[in-house]
Design a protein around this ligand. Structure first.
Ligand SMILES: [Zn+2]
Length: 327
């Protein structure tokens, strides 16, 4: 049993917490999701371990030593965090564990071969390729106004916003990634588009977080710092876009492998993790804040007795656990 919780700090940095064994059962995900639709959910996790997956991907592991405090109104650190949040909370979303795609073997193609992919005949077909990001398509934006209902582009009309998808009534948007990376494998160069989920997986922040600092035409260093890195991707052709261009454009569906940075062009690299600010202020300061909805752990004692499984068998499995992406 395992549960993955995606955490975000005030700077928009994200990390996955992988709870295993008994802790996975105790964490009340349903209540967090429920409360999190209209209220902030602020948590302190203690007793976690920082782990590396494949020497690259950092995540937190929570086994028997892990404890948490969620929305507890008498903890100063929680109230301090609440004070820094906008009053309108962003609803918590359900994340999904990575599916079999990670182990599935796709047809490996060179970019020269991918160039001949037919945007219509080969629509939906998935390919695997290994290439190095060498740049970003010129005069393009790294994000777009995505319809809140269907993800299509939203455009501004005289009387407000309108979704470009025919028949979609939505007038609301949120900023999402659409990063047009150019990659090369020495056989050819092609465009590989990163949309929101993959962009978030690569960058560790949402597009809306980065948008607060950068204009759509101003490519953030968080993005340019990936230039020079080699990856193995699973991709599919972007049919609509590819009919208008000389070479087909591809959507990155999965980042299967990440390799060392190669000497191409070096840009400013993004900063690492920002340390949490410590606060010595008293609780009086937080009086005006609305009360958080406390979330307690689930009582799993009954369940445990019926299955009577020794705890350690589950906990030891944590060592070779794969952290999931959120698809
Ligand atoms: Zn729409």
């Amino acid at each position: 049993m395992r549960r993955v919780v995606l955490l975000e700090d005030l700077k928009g940095n994200m990390i996955e917490l992988s709870l295993s064994g008994k802790r996975a059962l105790e964490f009340d995900g349903d209540q967090v999701l429920d409360v999190g639709q209209q209220h902030h959910v602020i948590a302190i996790f203690v007793g976690t371990l920082v782990k590396l997956y494949k020497g690259e991907y950092t995540f937190l592991s929570g086994t028997s030593a892990c404890r948490w405090y969620i929305n507890e109104n008498d903890i100063a650190e929680i109230k301090a965090f609440q004070k820094s949040l906008p009053s309108e909370p962003v609803p918590i979303k359900k994340t999904y564990l990575q599916n079999d795609d990670a182990t599935h073997k796709f047809e490996e193609k060179s970019l020269e071969q991918l160039k001949h992919v037919d945007p219509f005949l080969d629509m939906g077909q998935r390919y695997q390729c290994t290439a190095t990001i060498i740049g970003i398509t010129e005069n393009q934006t790294w994000c777009y106004k995505a319809c809140k209902i269907c993800n299509s582009a939203i455009i501004q009309k005289e009387n407000g916003y309108k979704c470009t998808k025919e028949g979609c009534p939505s007038t609301q948007f949120e900023w999402k990634y659409k990063i047009p990376f150019i990659a090369s494998d020495h056989t050819y160069n092609l465009e590989f588009m990163f949309f929101e989920k993959k962009g978030m997986e690569l960058i560790g922040k949402s597009a809306s977080t980065l948008r607060k600092q950068y204009e759509p035409k101003e490519i953030p260093p968080d993005i340019t710092s990936w230039i020079g890195y080699k990856f193995t991707f699973v991709v599919r052709v972007l049919s609509k876009k590819s009919v208008k261009t000389i070479d087909p454009s591809f959507e990155v569906l999965m980042i299967k492998e990440k390799y060392q940075k190669e000497p191409i062009i070096s840009f400013i690299s993004s900063s690492g993790v920002v340390p949490a600010e410590s606060s010595s202020s008293t609780m009086a300061e937080y009086k005006e804040l609305p009360l958080l909805v406390p979330i307690t752990s689930k009582d799993i004692e009954k369940k445990e007795r019926s299955t009577s499984q020794p705890e350690h068998t589950e906990e030891t499995q944590d060592m070779d656990i794969e952290p999931s992406g959120y698809d």
